[in-house]
Design a protein around this ligand. Structure first.
Ligand code: ADP
Ligand code: MG
Length: 376
């Protein structure tokens, strides 16, 4: 898929901006604090409906204004899709082709994005919550059903936790209803666990080769760590065993006033030679592991959604050595729309610049420097 065009009104330091992107590589360069990350962030928000760096939507509105609008045209083969998001008073209105979309799950699978940015390492080094959030988002972009089930799970979880709190405080609850609730929760949990497990398998199908090509090492592995560690043998048994597991933990859950196991407690590990990179990896290995994960995701999008996601690279080249940079560029410059930001054009290969559309950015103003010169 291709982002043909984006229009911003009052988004961060852009009062008004209209950009047409090239279907291949686009490079945006400029000094610090000029708006490079803001521009990529606007693209990210247009696809995902949330920022990758701010939880508070109102931060996205230009600080002297009271609303912000992002609109863009996505092209998929012969189809153009108009997406639009308006943010006002901490509320967001989502539009596809001028119709309001109520459910986020109906919106977010339309524009697929993979983003690389310097804080990405948090994905590896940060808390399990960061990894869960990340993989939830990736899975939701891939399967709209995932987001729906996740929401249902979270709703059931909230109710179950309220029941547990009541039980802890010796307030009467209907135990039959509680058991039914747990049963439903387990149904949703099983769907999530299966989808996560499959997704990690898919990542590993690609990541070995990618890691080898970029790092010249081949023992990279993503591992899914479900908090309910029960072996799947057959459908009936599996559910039964999980329900038994929940029942065994009931007294502990009551004591903690919350459901202490389930997909909301899962984690993922990045392994190199079976060693967890979180604790033992060098910064360089960690960075490559995250890149490798994301490159594998591109392959998954290609295979299962029959489209390429839009790739955003925010200032990531300064951190990599020349040969790794070149290996990486070889990977990404194949038929995938890419938007790269950098402070230094010198960080990028001349040949790459030649086949890219080039923009310079200066305090929220974008200046087109050149179109693509060869007729690619
Ligand atoms: N809501 C906002 N309203 C106006 N300006 C903003 C807002 N949020 C961030 N900025 C400004 O955007 C600039 C940073 O832009 P950024 O895209 O992060 O820069 P960089 O080019 O270094 O990536 C800063 O000057 C900051 O003050
Ligand atoms: Mg930046």
């Amino acid at each position: 898929m291709i982002l043909k065009k984006i229009d911003l009104i009052n988004f961060r330091n852009y009062e008004k901006l209209s950009v047409r992107f090239y279907k291949g590589i686009n490079i945006i360069y400029g000094d610090n604090a000029q708006g490079k990350t803001n521009l990529l962030e606007s693209i990210y928000v247009l696809g995902i409906t949330k920022s990758h760096r701010s939880f508070i939507d109102n931060n996205l509105i230009m600080d002297t204004k009271n609303f912000s609008s992002i609109s863009g045209i996505i092209n998929k083969g012969s189809l153009d899709i108009n997406l639009k998001i308006i943010i006002e008073n901490n509320k967001k209105v989502l539009n596809i082709d001028n119709s309001i979309i109520k459910r986020i799950s109906d919106y977010i699978s339309n524009m697929n994005i993979i983003i690389f940015y310097p804080d990405d390492l948090e994905l590896l080094k940060g808390s399990p919550q960061i990894r869960r959030k990340y993989f939830n988002l990736e899975l939701s972009q891939l399967y709209s059903n995932y987001y729906i089930v996740l929401n249902e799970y979270n709703k059931l979880l909230k109710i179950r936790n309220e029941y547990l709190k009541k039980m802890a405080n010796k307030i009467y609850v209907d135990k039959n209803y509680f058991d039914i609730l747990t049963n439903y929760l387990v149904d949703k949990a099983i769907i999530l666990i299966k989808m996560r497990r499959k997704y990690v398998e898919k990542i590993n199908n690609y990541s070995h080769k990618i890691f080898k090509d970029i790092m010249e090492l081949d023992n990279f592995n993503l591992k899914y760590i479900p908090s309910i560690d029960i072996v799947y043998d057959n459908e009936d048994n599996y559910k039964e065993n999980i329900i038994k597991f929940f029942n065994d933990k009931l007294y502990y859950d009551i004591k903690m006033c919350s459901t202490t196991y389930g997909p909301h407690k899962d984690d993922y590990e990045f392994l190199l030679d079976n060693i967890n990179l979180k604790n033992y990896g060098s910064q360089g290995q960690q960075r490559i592991a995250v890149l490798c994960l994301k490159l594998s995701e591109i392959e998954i999008f290609k295979k299962y959604k029959e489209t390429t996601p839009i790739l955003l690279l925010d200032d990531v080249f300064s951190e990599l050595s020349d040969d790794k940079k070149n290996n990486l560029l070889k990977y990404i410059s194949k038929d995938i729309q890419t938007i790269i930001t950098t402070t230094e054009l010198n960080n990028l290969d001349k040949k790459l610049i030649k086949k890219s559309k080039l923009f310079k950015i200066e305090s929220g103003k974008l200046i087109k420097i050149k179109e693509v010169t060869n007729n690619e």
